[in-house]
Design a protein around this ligand. Sequence first.
Ligand code: NAD
Ligand code: GLY
Length: 354
Amino acid sequence: MEDIILNAQSLKSVIHCGAGAFATYATKLGGKLFIITDSNVYALYKGLIEKTFGNAPTFVLPAGEKSKSRNSLFKIFDKMIDCGVTRSSTVVALGGGVVGDIAGLAASMYMRGIKVVQIPTTLLAQVDSSVGGKTAIDYKGVKNVLGAFYQPSEVIVDPLFLSTLPARELRCGLGEIIKYSAIDCGIYGTLSQNSDKLFDLKFLENVTADCIRHKAKVVTEDERDTTGARKTLNLGHTTGHAFELYYKRKSHGEFVLIGTYYELYIAEKKGICESCYADSLRALITKVIKNIPAYADAEKAALMAKFDKKNDEQSIVSMIVPKSVGESYELKLPIAEYAKLIGECAEKIRGEKC
Ligand code: NAD
Ligand code: GLY
């Protein structure tokens, strides 16, 4: 077990990481607690929640991205008011990225901000979303469009929760882990040398700490995503988010992998990324998702990238693409050219499958 410190300007966040972290730290949370979780996590861990948090009020969201909504947010506020949550209470977000994002936003708004502790239960939430204070809901079909930067005072990352995680959710977490490998040469080395262990929970436990260390460093440097350092954490996400909005069939982490695969094509075409390095990242991606979809309407789907928060204007798409080991590059393209290249990549994948 180790403590990783994220020294953000707004708040120092302590990330307790490793086996035993839940038993050691969740039981020590003091004051009045308000637990937010989802239906799947509650079904699996009701006993543990009650044993750990006693009769603290618990709000159970329906599992899934649809819960990152205005409706759910206001239902949470209703219950917080009904249960007498005060300024000195603490919101405990126990779940995946959906729970973490909406619970963090609720905590940031309730009485102008009360303490929040994140206890991530998916691999994706452990390596990424629970750390760094980005909170949000989706609105009018636009992902994460309403939100706030709001640091958790503590994050409790315990591999205990990963034993119940379906393989698909492990793949989603691996989506973000492979993203880190494209921006961190240490993580790239570890994954490349152990690509046969990607689904091994013991191996993932160590990689999780590496990812959190990387993110804590970046967020300490650029908490509010203004200097460019934090933007690198969005590698693969421009196309990932565009496909996520258009197709809605897969989860965030899977789309990050698919987005990175498509953007590698663009990075190579534009002479930004060497082919052998692109090949090694593709090899990692296809260890996790064997068949990258060759979307028939990829060019149309790519147009959804106009909503990406990295864009300064909707006609120019900004994306973070891999350049060389440990180095990424911010590429800006007119949306029509970007969408055409995404269509070309789909065509190429189709050709390879024949
Ligand atoms: P999720 O929260 O929907 O969880 C995925 C599924 O796993 C759900 O069905 C959930 O009920 C289930 N689950 C959770 N823990 C479980 C466990 N221990 N055992 C069995 N099942 C379990 O999705 P996610 O992939 O964790 O997170 C995706 C969300 O995170 C997206 O909304 C994305 O936008 C957001 N995100 C936010 C950030 C950020 O920095 N804030 C970063 C990356 C992603
Ligand atoms: N997941 C991207 C970020 O936290 O900035």
